[in-house]
Design a protein around this ligand. Structure first.
Ligand code: CA
Length: 227
């Protein structure tokens, strides 16, 4: 997931950038409208964090141009302007969310995740968790922008875990995806697939919940019940 951060306040931008990067997101940081438009033209991004008071003008002009061009990517406005009129103007122009400075970084992260989920899930076929990206129709998977090649069974397992992120998926539900009918549920087929998946997508995504099943968390925390 690649985020364009248009913000001219050095300290704030640094804080935001570090926080997003620890969530596995790629951040392109610009300070001026002109640079933001160039990034959008040349490389694109998945989501924009947009300050309104930029040195070369009003950040809203970036948003206006985007929406005029028909681009639907999510835009979250970061602004010191907290008047209702300003917020309404931002939302009317096509912003998806609006945060008034100063804000708590944890809240920004949570709103970014919500927007990303909505956007990636918008076609009902694409899912993203902490830099792990999955497209169901094509069975394509990328981890931090690197393509990963999975077997059909591995893809099915990962897809279910990602779709149910933050909820523990029972072994039995996962086994039904990969075991031919009638095969013993005591077999270790599932464990072999999970171990192959972990090797391919990297440790840190699939957590074992002993005696119950597996879970992928939206955030990198490790609850006490998981190992
Ligand atoms: Ca500013």
């Amino acid at each position: 997931m690649k985020i364009l951060l248009a913000e001219d306040d050095f300290d704030l931008a640094t804080g935001i950038r570090v926080a997003l990067q620890t969530q596995g997101m790629e951040v392109v940081w610009v300070r001026r409208i002109e640079e933001a438009l160039r990034v959008l033209d040349t490389e694109g991004c998945d989501l924009i964090l947009l300050d309104l008071g930029l040195p070369d003008g009003d950040g809203l002009s970036v948003l206006e141009q985007l929406r005029r061009d028909g681009a639907r990517l999510p835009v979250l406005i970061l602004s010191a302007r907290d008047g209702l009129d300003d917020r309404l103007k931002g939302l009317d122009t096509g912003a998806d969310d609006y945060m008034v400075k100063p804000f708590v970084l944890a809240e920004l992260l949570s709103r970014v995740r919500a927007l990303a989920r909505r956007s990636y899930g918008g076609d009902g076929a694409t899912f993203e968790v902490r830099g792990l990206w999955l497209h169901e129709p094509t069975q394509r998977v990328r981890v931090r922008e690197m393509p990963v090649s999975l077997s059909r069974s591995e893809f099915k397992l990962l897809c279910l875990l990602v779709k149910r992120a933050d909820r523990v998926v029972a072994r039995r539900a996962l086994e039904q995806l990969v075991l031919p009918n009638g095969q013993s549920q005591n077999s270790n087929v599932l464990d072999v697939h999970i171990s192959n998946l972990r090797r391919k997508i990297g440790e840190g995504y699939i957590r074992t919940v002993r005696g119950i099943g597996y879970v992928i968390y939206q955030t990198a925390h490790t609850p006490p019940e998981a190992a």
